[in-house]
Design a protein around this ligand. Structure first.
Ligand SMILES: Nc1ncnc2c1ncn2[C@@H]1O[C@H](COP(=O)(O)OP(=O)(O)OP(=O)(O)O)[C@@H](O)[C@H]1O
Ligand SMILES: [Mg+2]
Length: 377
């Protein structure tokens, strides 16, 4: 099969309609229908069936378009009342097929798409989002504060950055409290449905914060379904990488086989510590263990949180004890961080001028600079 075939994704519940669309697309040269088992790749064209939960479905379509996850979107529905058509046009869908499907109509629409594509010669490069894993050297060192505010800061990059924040404290995660949102779905929805996970399904599960940050929270109560495995993580991160520029993970203090899979797939692991001997000893153990497992030392970066001027242990001493340069020190400010947490708001909204806020914005900037982009501070 030629490499430049146009990949068409069908998100169609009605089997008969799906089969008809498959047949029509197969009859036009240069197209292929993506299979569910390997469809984490970019779709040039998505044909989406709407009609069971319009509000949710249009939200998903909006997200997919805003994040440029798919090229064009065509819609089909068993209903064709004018209000639905108006909404379909507003989403920017290029075609609407009423049901039963008229094969000729679909064929012509697909050919027009091929023409448009040929003219614009627009090649959409496959997105390869960067995975930033954030791990605490100990409990309570500020891992969640940094994960949440770093993810929020990344959404402020000058050129649009799509960011998702994922909670790997799989039980009783606190991210929704930090962001004052009540997610409808969480991690177990992914774990239960991993075989049908793709960009469209992912976007129907994620919650969206007003800042534009997407969120995959953990379960808020025991439900027996939150089992993640390294295989699930691998697929989830692959799909997320096709949709988002940054995937920020609150990794808690885990170092099990799931955490190692995340580590393996991460571009950067931020190890959060404070300037205390027990914490730095943990950093040391962590770095040594990962090195012994064969992971390059450059992948991990050490971030000192709650940094006080004139500390008992200086940054230089800390660097000597862990044999590594400190990536960034975030100033100590209990009152401001606590106020942001209690209000469920980003630090840059609660206290934009405080050094702790600037510290996290700078951390985001350092991470994005590698990509040649700067974060607004
Ligand atoms: N830079 C900072 N300066 C002062 N206090 C901070 C700072 N960052 C976080 N904190 C405080 O530390 C406490 C713990 O923060 P957080 O919940 O983010 O830590 P954690 O490492 O995720 O904890 P856990 O192990 O419970 O998940 C909070 O009260 C928060 O206000
Ligand atoms: Mg935490």
């Amino acid at each position: 099969m030629p490499l430049d075939t146009i990949a068409v994704k069908l998100e169609i519940k009605n089997r008969g309609v799906r089969k008809e669309l498959e047949d029509v697309i197969a009859s036009v040269e240069g197209f292929r229908v993506m299979q569910r088992s390997n469809d984490t790749a970019h779709a040039d064209l998505l044909i989406f069936e709407i009609g069971s939960d319009l509000e949710k479905e249009f939200q998903v379509i909006h997200s997919l378009q805003n994040l440029e996850t798919v090229g064009e979107i065509f819609l089909t529905s068993p209903h064709s009342d004018p209000a639905l058509l108006v909404q379909a046009i507003r989403t920017g869908a290029k075609e609407f097929f009423s049901q039963p499907i008229n094969r000729e109509e679909v064929k012509h629409a697909v050919e027009r798409f091929q023409e448009r594509r040929g003219k614009s010669k627009r090649h959409v490069p496959a997105r390869m989002g960067r995975v930033i894993d954030i791990i605490g050297a100990k409990g309570g060192v500020g891992t969640t504060t940094i994960a949440v505010n770093l993810a929020l800061s990344l959404t402020k990059a000058e050129s649009f950055q799509s960011v998702v924040l994922m909670d790997m404290n799989l039980l009783f995660g606190e991210i929704p409290l930090f962001l004052d949102i009540e997610p409808t779905y969480h991690w177990s929805e992914i774990a239960k449905n991993i075989s049908r996970l793709d960009a469209t399904f992912l976007m129907s599960i994620l919650s969206k914060h007003p800042s534009g940050l997407y969120l995959l929270p953990s379960a808020s109560q025991l439900d027996g379904h939150t089992v993640a495995t390294p295989e699930i993580i691998e697929r989830l991160l692959h799909v997320m990488q096709t949709v988002f520029d940054f995937i920020v993970i609150d990794g808690g203090q885990n170092l099990d086989d799931i955490a190692l899979k995340i580590f393996e797939m991460s571009n950067t692991v931020l190890l959060i510590s404070v300037l205390s001997l027990p914490c730095l000893a943990n950093v040391n153990r962590f770095l040594k263990s990962l090195y012994a497992l064969g992971y390059p030392l450059e992948k991990s970066e050490v971030v000192i949180n709650r940094y006080l001027k004139n500390p008992e242990i200086s940054l230089k001493d800390a660097e000597g004890s862990i044999n590594k340069k400190i990536f960034k020190a975030i100033p100590n400010d209990y009152r401001t961080t606590m106020s942001a947490i209690n209000k469920g708001k980003p630090l840059f909204e609660v206290a934009p001028k405080k050094p702790v806020t600037k510290g996290i914005l700078e951390l985001a900037d350092t991470l994005t600079r590698k990509e040649g982009k700067t974060v607004v501070s």
